[in-house]
Design a protein. Structure first.
Length: 331
């Protein structure tokens, strides 16, 4: 499997999960954690920090300090600015950590405001730990058709990162092109996962639609929990592509066969959701790209519909769209 952004090889879920024990860990020879004050101005922080001479890893503070210095060189920050002013550091593999990360090559994505493409290109060139730089910190995806100018944009490098999602049914690796899919921190104690786990524990979830699937987290958990048919749907094409990628990378844990990419037929032209991914057999997975309002005029209605809207999103029309199905569960 190749990255949809930069074409490099993507690690399958097994490989990511097998490396979690040592993820972002200091080696015995790593220098101590610098513990820089995130709100101190650069002129008070400016000292030389070093990567470990044994493992080559860098503390997060070092990486953010180097990025801040590039932004100062490009006139986008000055020496009164702080590490925090750079933006949000997003580790390449999101997993709850009890210690600050030690980073290797391409293990950090920076998302912030007041950046520029030339500065971002210099950052990805001169700070090896930075994999990509994203301008903006809004919610990508289709919530309001009128929006657009504040959408996050990848300025340089690659924005593919993944989150390890833990559930009582097993673990998944959910990849996302972070400039195109909203930031979400899935943890086992996240309320969303609790609702879904309770649902799967108390009822037999056989035939389920993850109606606003994003990168596919909830539908994939249902597969882990033993669902025999899962429909994934989203109106935002990049999210759907990530959902298909996530079916592929988690194939062995999900116990599914190859993900086919059906050719769109002439009748697909129009405003109905289009079937863009299909896993045949049992479990069966159908992946649609389109508006939930018309999903069930194309897909067979499901026994259970999961609706996970953006925070504050209205749900009435979404629930109405599932009236031909069994139960609707708002996640
Ligand atoms: C909160 S996100 C879903 C996150 C996902 N369940 C997860 O856990 O990763 C909401 C998703 O709804 C999609 N969406 C919003 N309105 C929609 C509609 N009318 N039809 C289909 N998808 C829609 C957005 O593109 C977005 O991906
Ligand atoms: Zn990539
Ligand atoms: Zn080291």
């Amino acid at each position: 499997m190749d990255c949809p952004c930069c074409g490099r090889k993507i690690r399958p879920a097994e490989e990511v999960l097998a490396g979690l024990d040592a993820l972002y860990m200091a080696c015995p020879l790593c220098p101590p954690e610098p513990g820089l004050e995130k709100n101190s101005p650069l002129h008070l922080l400016d000292r030389d920090l070093e990567r470990c001479s044994a493992c080559g890893r860098a503390p997060l503070d070092l990486v953010m300090l180097e990025v801040l210095k590039v932004l100062v060189d490009f006139g986008l920050r000055d020496r009164s600015d702080t590490l925090r002013s750079v933006g949000s550091p997003l580790v390449e593999t999101g997993y709850p950590m009890a210690y600050p990360p030690r980073l290797g090559r391409d293990e950090l994505i920076i998302s912030g405001r007041g950046l520029s493409r030339p500065a971002a290109e210099e950052i990805t060139k001169s700070v090896p730990e930075v994999k990509g730089v994203i301008q903006g910190d809004g919610l990508p995806g289709m919530i309001d058709p009128g929006r657009g100018e504040n959408d996050p944009e990848l300025l340089a490098g690659c924005d593919l990162r993944c989150d390890v999602v833990q559930s009582i049914f097993g673990d998944l690796v959910i990849y996302k092109n972070q400039s195109k899919v909203h930031i979400e921190f899935s943890r086992q104690d996240a309320p969303k996962m609790r609702i879904l786990e309770d649902l799967c524990l108390w009822r037999r979830v056989r035939d389920v639609a993850d109606c606003l699937c994003g990168p596919g987290t909830l539908g994939l958990i249902c597969l882990l929990a033993g669902a025999t048919r899962v429909v994934l749907n989203d109106i935002w094409r990049p999210a759907v592509e990530n959902a298909i990628l996530n079916l592929e990378v988690n194939r062995s844990a999900l116990g599914i066969g190859r993900v086919d990419r059906p050719e769109p037929s002439a009748s697909d032209l129009g405003s109905y959701p289009v079937l863009v991914g299909l896993v045949e057999g049992e479990p069966r997975v159908e992946v649609y790209h389109g508006d939930l309002a018309r999903l069930f005029s194309r897909a067979k209605p499901a026994e259970i519909c999961l609706i996970d809207p953006f925070p504050g999103g209205k749900t009435k029309d979404l629930i109405d769209a599932c009236r031909s199905c069994g139960d609707v569960v708002i996640i």
